[in-house]
Design a protein. Structure first.
Length: 412
């Protein structure tokens, strides 16, 4: 199986797919799957731009809307995770994963799927210690604080991924696992990106939850993006354990290293996206602890009977089949002819895919709980509505801003 891996998409689907098609022609080959490591920017219309946390000069429609509307269909099956520059209102509709457009699948805030015989897992967002222990309290339309916290990784989602026991072939995260630079040529990285040196020396470059997942899951491949550069390393798990091949890629711009094709052994197919039995069981087990307020998830209250739940899921999949529920549009499509915002406001929508999956798993729909965002637990950490206090170091939340400050990179 040939898999193309892409770094940060930034809504530039047309050029990425064009590059893949040109590569196929030049090398007389066929790409079976495209994987994107975040900042996908699935912006359907101008209202979605309100949930996109980017500077005004980057707030553009780009090209995803063509694929959402059906004007264009992705020429290769595509799987992506979320980053820190996303149409977060749309991805929240698909919290459990689902088709963002025909032939384009969002892995969810956390998720595992199968593509043929290959298992692909992923964790959306980036790590920020201020919000990691909190629940999913944000609801669209987002205020100025929530728009910057909605994409922060939560312990609840990482904990579910920690329950995965069967081998993972490919894992995706937007930011890099903490300490991954120790396993590669970090000096060469610092030569190209000198403003990373302090974070590397202080061991703050990367995600702690991702590092724990890397240690626990030991996937054959781990792909990331976020820092807008190419970096590779080999992670040896124990003296005689398996090796994880890590690769981070750049964003889609001329002259940048944003695409890599890998060959991975697989069964004969068919090569299509399917639900993963173990992950559906984990989803069903932990959904009662879904944290809908700032209060952390009570993970100790979860009664884990994975084998019994897996048998239940297996029987359901044997009847229905494992293909995901069909794509459904829930918002108006962008019309480039119109000069003003089209369609209703940026209120939340119930996505039929999510409703169908929850009904299949016999779980309640929780994503539009209107009271959740207003509740603040007395025993949860205090969170400033301003997000950063003036006397704190700013984490790598937007590497483009660091690049601009360092005057070391191209203007985006």
């Amino acid at each position: 199986m040939k898999i193309a891996v892409e770094g940060c998409m930034h809504g530039d689907l047309d050029n990425v797919y064009k590059t893949i098609i040109e590569l196929e022609r030049a090398e007389n080959t066929k790409i079976d799957l495209l994987i994107c490591c975040g900042d996908f920017q699935a912006v359907r219309n101008k209202k979605d731009l309100e949930s996109l946390n980017v500077k005004p000069k980057y707030r553009q429609m780009n090209t995803f809307w063509k694929y959402y509307s059906g004007q264009v269909v992705a020429p290769v099956p595509t799987v992506f995770i979320g980053g820190n520059h996303e149409a977060s209102n749309y991805l929240w509709e698909l919290y459990y994963g689902g088709w963002a457009a025909p032939n384009i699948y969002f892995l969810g805030f956390a998720g595992v799927i199968k593509f043929g015989s290959i298992r692909i897992g992923g964790l959306s967002g980036i790590y920020n210690f201020r919000h990691y222990k909190l629940g999913h309290f944000e609801r669209p339309p987002y205020n100025e604080s929530d728009i910057r916290s909605i994409y922060h990784v939560r312990e609840y989602d990482a904990h579910k991924l920690m329950q995965v026991e069967e081998p993972i072939d490919i894992f995706l995260s937007h930011d890099w696992p903490l300490g991954i630079t120790d396993c590669g040529n970090w000096r060469e990285l610092v030569r190209k990106k000198p403003f990373f040196e302090k974070e590397i020396q202080e061991r703050t470059l990367g995600s702690k939850p991702a590092a724990k997942l890397l240690e626990n899951l030991k996937p054959s491949y781990w792909f990331s993006a976020h820092l807008h550069c190419k970096f590779s390393s080999l992670v040896q798990h124990g003296d005689d354990g398996p090796v994880t091949k890590f690769l981070a890629l750049d964003k889609c711009l001329p002259g940048r290293k944003f695409l890599q094709v890998i060959d991975i052994e697989s069964g004969p197919g068919p090569f299509e996206i399917c639900y993963d039995e173990e992950w559906l069981a984990i989803t069903r087990i932990f959904n009662p602890a879904f944290p809908l307020t700032r209060k952390p998830a009570d993970l100790r209250s979860v009664q884990v009977d994975k084998e019994g739940c897996r048998q239940w899921v297996r029987s359901k999949l044997n009847i229905r089949g494992a293909k995901p529920f069909e794509f459904s549009r829930t918002a108006p499509c962008y019309d480039p002819v119109q000069s003003v915002s089209n369609g209703p406001g940026a209120e939340d929508h119930r996505n039929p895919q999510t409703e169908a999956l929850l009904k299949f798993l016999e779980l309640p729909y929780l994503l539009d709980n209107s009271t959740a965002s207003s509740e603040l637990s007395s025993d949860s950490p205090s969170v400033s509505r301003g997000f950063y206090s003036n006397n704190e170091d700013i984490p790598i939340d937007d590497v483009d801003e660091l690049e601009e400050l360092a005057a070391d990179d191209d203007d985006d």
